[in-house]
Design a protein around this ligand. Structure first.
Ligand SMILES: C[S@@+](CC[C@H](N)C(=O)[O-])C[C@H]1O[C@@H](n2cnc3c(N)ncnc32)[C@H](O)[C@@H]1O
Length: 370
């Protein structure tokens, strides 16, 4: 197995380069990677139109959107309803005339006051009451539209709600930071008009894209149907997606749309450990036992010769660093994959109680071949 230091492309493991790209930037997903990382892998894997790429943890849909630019068919799965919506909205075909008319209708709609009592205090505290009333009004108003227009308007509403809130996502913690916020109605309508304009700027090619609510451990795809996998699973011990996107999930998806907690990977600490001989923290055991199931599933759905590009980071624990870029290849090789290369993209310091250094962590891109 070859390891290569590639810190010059380290920023491609982040969402930052996407912030300037039309459509890619419709939903800011801090945990996402860059379009350019995906297109580099298209070249490395020699993927072509007519072939099929899978992202089993599609997040904000960057892999699938890049596939559409290249005319490559793709599947995306995620357990967070918010991510499924964002990925779908970014990868659909639209009638621009219909979208324009819908925005006009929203602009002309007459405000009706809303009952803020339906929103629990722990969510209300993140909003100026006028903003929240506007948000609830538009949420109600969108029910009158049909898909795909409704989802399009809904994604604009969600991103505008976040931007006009006092929420601040600080790593894995949601904080309150009071600041002046733009007038909501104006901001939302401006966001929608920009989204409509963006569609004219993105050049896509004919291909099939399917985004589904689903669990990476059980994809429901046919055996040997995938030509390439480009993905990034949740990092070990890093982000609790249910917490960090909890406000958006509550306001726009409701209780019934939420996946059971067990659908998120790395939570079943009772599961049989994937590395029984290693003394790993319980969270790491849970994580690797899920990773083992995922790699087995990926081996099943990949055709022989398919390659996988997986971005992931080491885990930081008070007791030390868990080196995922060393352990994941072991699990993948057990399933039958060959590890072609590990590119180290970034290095960070793992600390305990914020100041005591525990070790060095890496963020890597691992290439496997079936
Ligand atoms: C690191 S993010 C992926 C980011 C994505 N590459 C992008 O650029 O936007 C990991 C994603 O995995 C999802 N996830 C967590 N557990 C999952 C599971 N069991 N099956 C499918 N998706 C899952 C999370 O909701 C999150 O969106």
């Amino acid at each position: 197995m070859e390891t290569k230091d590639c810190k010059d492309v380290g920023k491609l493991a982040t969402f930052v380069p996407n912030k300037k790209l039309s459509v890619y930037n419709w939903f800011y997903f801090k945990e996402g990677f860059a379009r350019e990382l995906v297109t580099l892998l298209f070249d490395m894997f020699e993927l072509e139109p007519g072939e099929t790429v899978l992202d089993p943890f599609c997040g904000s849909g960057t892999t699938n959107l890049a596939c559409r630019e290249y005319g490559i068919d793709s599947y995306g799965f995620d357990v967070l309803p918010l991510c499924v919506l964002a990925s779908r909205v970014k990868t659909r075909d639209y009638d621009l005339g219909k979208l324009g008319r819908a925005v006009k209708e929203l602009r002309q709609s007459k405000f009706m006051s809303q009952d803020l009592g339906t929103v629990p205090k722990n969510i209300r505290r993140f909003f100026n009451p006028h903003t929240l009333e506007d948000v609830l009004f538009f949420r109600e108003r969108l029910k009158g539209f049909e898909n795909p227009v409704r989802d399009f308007l809904k994604l604009g509403l969600i991103t505008s709600t976040t931007r006009c809130s006092w929420m601040y996502k600080d790593g894995a913690v949601l904080k309150l930071r009071k600041k002046p916020v733009p007038q909501f109605r104006k901001f939302y309508l401006r966001t929608l008009r920009k989204m409509v304009r963006d569609l004219g700027k993105l050049d896509t090619k004919p291909c099939e894209t399917s985004i589904e609510f689903g669990d990476a451990r059980n994809l429901g795809l046919e055996d040997e149907s995938i030509d390439g996998v480009i993905t990034s699973p949740p990092y070990l011990n890093k982000i609790e997606y249910t917490k960090i996107y909890g406000v958006e999930e509550f306001l726009f998806f409701g209780e019934e749309a939420r996946p059971g907690l067990r659908s998120y990977m790395g939570l079943d600490t009772e599961a049989e450990p994937a590395f029984p001989d290693l003394d790993l923290p319980p969270a790491a055991n849970a994580y690797f036992s899920d990773m083992k199931r995922i790699l087995k599933e990926l081996y099943r759905v990949c055709r022989p010769g398919a390659r996988l590009g997986i971005v992931l980071g080491d885990g930081c624990f008070p007791t030390g660093v868990v080196h995922c870029d060393e352990l994941l290849p072991k699990l993948a090789e057990e399933q039958g994959f060959r590890t072609e290369r590990v590119y180290i993209l970034n290095r960070r310091t793992c600390t305990r109680q914020r100041v005591i250094k525990v070790g060095k962590m890496e963020e890597s891109l691992i290439i496997f071949k079936k």
